[in-house]
Design a protein around this ligand. Structure first.
Ligand code: 6GU
Length: 230
């Protein structure tokens, strides 16, 4: 999979050289490129924002650098198929494990990180002429820009690409994969600071253990995330 990220703070994404995402890049499973939006400006100050038409607080990202970025990154020199172009936005559809699974099947993702009060609306219209546009939110709260959201999304998507997570079994038994939260885990020692590991886990009976874990999943989901059971 190819991923392009456009941001005015490319160094946010230095963390994607670490751990499993770093390994996926080194092995070539993930072809990730981070770009500075200012590289598509042509004025001396490398301007990416301006005041909003109609007045109001804050600044708006100018359309021209975004247009040039999309022309270059969505062009056929980068991918044969139309890319999926994702703009992180608190005004978008909410990102879930199902979104991650869908996006993990795409050949080419482009993430456009907005800052300030947002991006000139015409950029979204133009992007829809060169790719499939998705506005995606991490949840109902506001971040200063899309960078942290794109870090989260690329990790959630990247780990679903075959070969990124070493043991595929660990993808199956996780929170949200079956609509339930994960069961509790324990390791040695069997008694720690007077607290015992649930004895059933030491019984060696795999059938009863599986049943107990499933019950724990349901109980936790009911307690912490009843909305997932509706
Ligand atoms: Cl994707 N972007 C911003 N700026 N704020 C958010 C968000 C995204 N998701 C939740 N809050």
């Amino acid at each position: 999979m190819r991923i392009d990220v456009v941001s005015i703070f490319p160094s946010y994404f230095d963390g994607l050289t670490l751990s499993l995402m770093g390994k996926a890049r080194d092995s070539g499973i993930l072809d990730l490129h981070v770009h500075d939006l200012r590289d598509w400006t042509h004025d001396r100050h490398r301007t990416v924002d301006d005041t909003p038409y109609g007045g109001g607080a804050g600044m708006v990202m100018k359309p021209e650098p975004w247009g040039l970025a999309l022309d270059q990154l969505a062009g056929s020199s980068v991918s044969e198929t139309r890319p999926t172009i994702i703009f992180p936005s608190p005004a978008g559809e909410v990102f879930t494990q199902a979104t991650a699974r869908d996006l993990a099947t795409r050949e080419h993702l482009i993430f456009g990180c907005g800052r300030y009060e947002g991006i000139d609306e015409r950029v979204f219209e133009y992007a829809a002429s060169v790719g499939e546009v998705r506005l995606i939110s991490l949840g109902d709260y506001v971040l200063n820009g899309g960078e942290v959201a794109v870090m989260a999304m690329t990790e959630a998507i990247g780990r679903l690409i075959p070969g990124v997570v070493g043991n595929p079994d660990s993808l199956v038994e996780e929170s949200h994969e079956d609509g339930l939260l994960e069961y509790p885990s324990y390791t040695k020692p069997s008694v720690w600071r007077d607290r015992e590991v649930p004895p059933i886990l030491l019984s060696g009976n795999h059938g009863t253990i599986a049943k107990w874990r499933h019950e724990q999943q349901i109980q936790r989901t009911r307690d912490r995330r009843p909305d997932l059971l509706d």
